[in-house]
Design a protein around this ligand. Structure first.
Ligand code: PGA
Length: 244
């Protein structure tokens, strides 16, 4: 299995010109990389043009940061099927910023996951405990709850396109990544339940620490936010992981 490095650009950059420049710089920088699958998840509106820009190269792949579970009278939404029809390969579902700022519930995340997996999108299901849950020793309780509710009544046959991303909420965008032993413990816990399903780590990843999560904590890849907006830094992350 190739190491999977996913860039979550969130609501950045401000213009398509900047997005294209960033995308092309990353593409140039990783041309010769073989054993890593790189996925860029830009804002929805940049996807069609970036898909065109990548048509002559299979590196990197493109993903969306969210999806909706159906089409119809749902102003402002974009469905999993629309993304699939556009040629998008991946989608992030249940990111903690969506849970926090847009009140996404486990029930909604479950519907999104079902729709994404049904549309045959590789679906990156984000889970992670809050700081107060970790401090109270409730990390595994919180993770189990998110897993149980998020994956409710999804048939095992759909799991072949499922990817789990462990993103402790307190580690996202804070510059305080989860310590390797703690991250490794969660990874082992997830691998015991989900055999053969890739598990990613996300939360304040930078080029100095990236490879430790692959090499020492045995994650199958990384979900990178802030550091994926700086081409040079993101390329360093990818290269360090390809050398693992
Ligand atoms: P970060 O974000 O790398 O900026 O912490 C990770 C994420 O939100 O997926």
């Amino acid at each position: 299995m190739k190491t999977l490095i996913v860039a979550n650009w969130k609501c950045n950059p401000k213009t398509f010109a900047e997005a294209k420049q960033l995308f092309n710089s990353i593409k140039r920088g990783i041309k010769k990389i073989k054993n890593v699958e790189v996925v860029i998840c830009p804002p929805f509106i940049y996807l069609p043009q970036l898909l065109k820009a990548k048509s002559f190269s299979l590196i990197p792949k493109l993903g969306a940061q969210d999806c909706f579970w159906q089409e119809g009278a749902f102003t402002g939404e974009i469905s999993a099927k629309m993304l699939k029809n556009l040629g998008v390969n991946y989608v992030i579902v249940g990111h903690s910023e969506r849970r926090k700022h847009f009140a996404e519930s486990d029930r909604m995340i479950n519907k999104k996951l079902k729709a994404a997996l049904k549309a045959k999108l590789k679906s990156i299901f984000c889970i992670g405990e809050k700081e107060k849950e970790r401090k109270a020793g409730k990390t595994f309780f919180a993770l189990k709850k998110q897993l149980k509710k998020g994956l409710k009544s999804i048939k095992k046959a759909f799991f072949k396109n499922l990817i789990i991303a462990y993103e402790p909420v307190w580690a996202i965008g804070t510059g305080k990544p989860c310590e390797i032993p703690d991250a490794k413990e969660v990874n082992l816990f997830l691998k015991k339940i989900f055999k053969n399903i890739p598990v990613l780590y996300g939360g304040s990843i930078n080029s100095k620490i990236a490879k430790n999560y692959i090499k020492e904590a045995n994650f199958d890849g990384l979900l990178v936010g802030g550091a994926s907006l700086k081409a040079e830094e993101f390329i360093k992350i990818i290269k360090s992981c390809s050398a693992c």
